[in-house]
Ligand binder design. Sequence first.
Ligand code: SF4
Length: 411
Amino acid sequence: MTHNQLDIFAAGARRLQMTESIDLAIQSLQAYGTSHEHWGIAWSGGKDSSATLTLIVWLLDTCRIPRPKSLTVFYAETRQELPPLALAARQIMDELAERGIRVEVVTAPMDKRFMVYILGRGVPPPNNNTLRWCTRQIKIDPMEQALRARLDELDGQILMITGVRQGESAIRDQRIEMSCSKDGAECGQGWYQKVLPNASGLRGRLATLAPLLHFRVCHVWEWLRHWAPLAEFGDWSTAAIADAYGGDEAEEVNARTGCIGCPLAQEDNALDTILVNPQWAYLAPLKRIKPLWRELREPQHRLRKAGLEILKSGKAAANPQRMGPLTFEARLMGLERVLGIQAEINAAARAVGRPLIDLINAEEESRIRELIDLQTWPDGWDGDEPLATTVMDTVYANGAVQPRLFSEAEL
Ligand code: SF4
């Protein structure tokens, strides 16, 4: 389906104007939407998926596109959203409820949530764009489960609409990237587009469509800031989303949308922009989260396999002496730091009458402490492994051992 979309959009080599962009979105929804009775929208509260959601609902309300038999909005609540975006999402959810649109809030189970997984279970923060566990665990897997449950209630397929957006040049190149680090894309949307249709239990029951694929980022800002808030376009609370990213319709502000302090993003650009706004300046302690994740990846906070690791298959693991989970001390240190940041922000919020935040809520805190008290280690680790700073002989994947050159006392 995506290739056919590309055919439609490939014609758009020239710079598309806003109305032309919306017309193309209408065309793609008319072409593919009509062959599906049930639609779903994968929404994370970021700029691209919020623009997609509000535009589609406006198009439906004004009969510019045919109405499906059912429409379900799946809001992917990771518990890591930037506070202004989380608030805007709540307002938009109210606006959807006023229209009678079904919204399912999709959140990972307690032990799989970002904070609980790191600080309770001891899995180190992600640091690798290709092997990261976080997107799958806090965004894709919960969405997959919610979709499966919804499909079981419905007859037929769901057309899952995503906010994947590539802009004109990529459309011309016939490339669909799923990387969230690319061109300010929204983390997770590309995965919804590419990974979900192939998930077990969803294969053959799910088609995907990205009706804003051709939108340039300035069209997204234009819609969020100027069009969608007008009564004639739906009276949506979307301006706050554009404000949060500093997006201006006149500029190609290509802000990446993701979690607070995402360890994979180079910079905290979105957070930096938010903090410039005096109303949100009290959130400044959030800047300490990204360095905390970096610090927790350091060897002094982690265990390491001592030698060659033999897998269940009987084969030796490719990376002997790999670094692994966080020590209990490191987890408690991380927990106290995050709670400290939260307390500091909420004290400032109360003083100036601004919204409070909950980076870690009471239920999550108690589960983190419980997992630590239970001395929980991630799969494949039992806690007997040495601290990662321990000086050891070097073991290679073929079993060869190179003795250390110096004794510990000499170092
Ligand atoms: S925004 Fe960053 S931390 Fe959040 S899911 Fe994506 S890669 Fe992981």
